[in-house]
Design a protein. Structure first.
Length: 108
């Protein structure tokens, strides 16, 4: 009976601890679910091998798939929630920048 009780306690504790997120996972989740400050930049006319409008988030340049034309203003400061995508081409440069899918965006 004593072994059975110990086994039940051990299983219960292991289930409780395995369900808890580690500190690094919690930080990662918080980053993905919160707004980040960003700046819209014009990297040149796409017709002339430029990148068009990009989003600068903490010095990382992203090529947005769905940036609304109302945000096409060089130097515009925004707050943004997004999903990071695979690298994309820019002009003649292959895999130049990360892509992004904008979930929410607002002017600062």
């Amino acid at each position: 009976m004593r072994i059975k009780n110990s086994l039940i306690i051990a299983i219960t504790l292991s289930l409780i601890f395995s369900a808890c997120k580690g500190k690094s996972e919690a930080v990662s989740d918080a980053k993905n679910n919160s707004f980040q400050d960003a700046i819209i930049r014009n990297y040149g006319d796409v017709a002339l091998d430029g990148c068009g409008y990009v989003v600068d988030v903490s010095s990382t340049i992203y090529m947005p798939k769905n940036l609304s034309s109302e945000f096409h203003k060089d130097g515009l400061e925004v707050r943004i929630k997004f999903k990071e995508l695979d690298r994309v081409n820019c002009g003649l440069v292959k895999d130049a920048h990360l892509g992004m899918l904008i979930e929410e965006i607002e002017m600062k």
